[in-house]
Design a protein around this ligand. Structure first.
Ligand SMILES: Nc1ncnc2c1ncn2[C@@H]1O[C@H](COP(=O)(O)OP(=O)(O)O)[C@@H](O)[C@H]1O
Ligand SMILES: O=C(CO)[C@@H](O)[C@H](O)COP(=O)(O)O
Length: 485
């Protein structure tokens, strides 16, 4: 029974699963938190990964491990492989002006947006790595001068697992490369001219691997207390007896698609720190309106995706405002009428990416004596967050996606209120797989593909899904549309 491991190094935490490569059965798992903030020292991810691996019983007995990671984060390395500055994450909006500049330099307006959509699959917004590099060049020229290589969170963690063997050993995959703003999903090639346009020169970038191509081998010393280790770790995880292959890894959304086994007609809605709505497609998307990012997936296909900055944390914020835990927030939300009697929360608590309003703030509309209750606020928070995702679903469908089945995953899907209110807002039933870590699972499935070989990843079952259906309540989205403008 060969084992494989999958890592989800996402915004809020690192999760590790160890599964049977052939059946997908869960054998053990671990997790560790990440620091808050939109700028993070990559060493914190490394320490969290080591702690989560230790909790999951180490990697000594696995045949392969793959890392799924939050997309887009800018990890800059100097010639010696040291991190130049803390990474700017996907939800850091300081590069919003840089994004506008890049569109303007390509002709501006519709012309500029179309150029970028056709060249890279997506119109630049503050989330994308290229805009962060432009920000760095403009605002921190001394740091920019030190940059010898730029990579993404999952690329860097894979490289660390390999023992950080020099900048030429950096590896990535199509899925994560497609979120940089300087790689073309259509041609499968870097656009180093666009990297140079953004940054002023061409630092080294990782080699882009195929979906089941190994990125190298785990360095047995990397996870232990050896010379390459940083900070404290629980001790387990070192001393791999045999060879442990490193999978190419991928972005967390591409990993989730693999984890739930998304196929034709499936739309995945993930409610984590980000809210994402995506589908696996046979052809690349190029949405000049900018709502849909035309990413690549982790199987050789494509992953048109809409991302909002405000998802599960809207629920966290509402729970904080009401002084309750998340379960109570859900109970309160379900105790209020659908539509919250007209109370609407536009949940732009971190600015917003889709629509592109990086400096927006949240708004509450429709307050009356009658709607000034904890239940109404809780309901408005759930509905507002879901309305942002429903707009994303519309944009995805407008790009030709089919939604025969909507699969709800991510931490927010653990909320009964989210599961029950989602069909009212989306106007369609949703299916919810058993609670799990689908990004880490997708990474593990990729690792199994690398270990076992073959043309496709092994067929793993996600278990019994539950379907949630409800009468659509169009008034919720109509009022939301008026409030968000
Ligand atoms: N029972 C629950 N009800 C509502 N939200 C939940 C629940 N459990 C977890 N969450 C939310 O899930 C979020 C984390 O989701 P996760 O998908 O792990 O995020 P990420 O992948 O971005 O790190 C947290 O913001 C938390 O509020
Ligand atoms: O920026 C995107 C997708 O384009 C985000 O989805 C990030 O990949 C972060 O994901 P989570 O940590 O919220 O899962």
């Amino acid at each position: 029974m060969p084992l494989v491991a999958g890592v989800d190094s996402s915004t809020q935490s690192c999760k590790v699963v160890v599964r049977d490569a052939e059946t997908g059965a869960l054998v053990r798992q671990g997790r560790a938190p990440h620091p808050a903030g939109t700028e993070v020292e990559p060493a914190a991810w490394w320490n969290a990964l080591r702690a989560a691996v230790a909790e999951a019983g180490g990697l000594a007995d696995v045949a392969a491990v793959s890392v799924g990671g939050q997309q887009h984060g800018m990890v800059c390395l100097d010639e010696a492989g040291e991190v130049v500055r803390p990474a700017l994450l996907w939800n850091d909006t300081r590069s919003a002006d840089a994004a506008r500049e890049l569109v303007a330099e390509a002709g501006g307006g519709e012309t500029g947006r179309r150029f970028w959509a056709e060249a890279t699959g997506a119109v630049p917004v503050a989330s994308f790595t290229a805009t962060k590099l432009r920000w760095l060049a403009r605002h921190e020229p001394a740091n920019a001068d030190r940059v010898a290589a730029v990579c993404l969170p999952h690329d860097w963690l894979t490289w660390r697992l390999a023992g950080a063997p020099g900048l030429d050993a950096l590896r990535t995959d199509r899925g994560d490369a497609s979120g940089t703003g300087y790689w073309s999903p259509r041609t499968g090639e870097y656009r180093l001219d666009l990297l140079e346009q953004a940054f002023g020169r061409r630092p080294r970038v990782p080699v882009v691997l195929g979906p089941a191509e190994a990125a190298g081998q785990l360095d047995p010393a990397a996870l232990g207390d050896g010379p390459t280790a940083d900070g404290p770790v629980g001790g387990a995880g070192s001393g791999a007896a045999g060879r442990v292959l490193l999978g190419p890894g991928t972005g967390d959304n591409a990993a989730a698609a693999l984890g739930v086994g998304a196929g034709p007609g499936d739309v995945v809605v993930s409610i984590g720190t980000s809210g994402t709505v995506f589908a696996v497609a046979d052809t690349p998307a190029a949405d000049a309106a900018g709502a849909v990012a035309g990413f690549a997936d982790a199987t050789g296909r494509f992953l048109p995706l809409v991302c909002t900055l405000n998802a599960a944390r809207v629920l966290d914020a509402a729970a904080t405002m009401l002084g309750v835990d998340l379960d109570t927030l859900g109970e309160l939300a379900l105790s209020a009428p659908a539509g919250a009697d007209g109370l609407v929360l536009v949940p732009y608590l971190e600015g917003e990416r889709t629509p592109d309003r990086p400096h927006a703030t949240g708004e509450l509309r429709g307050l009356t004596l009658g709607t000034s209750t904890p239940a109404h606020l809780a309901r408005a928070a759930v509905e507002g967050m879901l309305c942002g995702l429903a707009d994303g679903l519309d944009a995805l469908l407008a790009q030709g996606a089919r939604a025969d089945r909507i699969i709800l995953v991510g931490g927010g899907a653990r909320s009964a209120a989210v599961r029950r209110i989602a069909p009212q807002v989306f106007g369609r039933p949703v299916v919810v797989p058993p609670p799990g870590e689908y990004v880490a699972d997708g990474a593990a499935r990729q690792a199994a593909w690398v270990a076992l070989g073959g043309d496709a990843p092994p067929a793993w079952s996600i278990g019994d899904t539950e379907e949630y259906a409800a009468e659509p309540v169009p008034a919720i989205r109509e009022r939301y549309a008026r409030a968000r403008g």
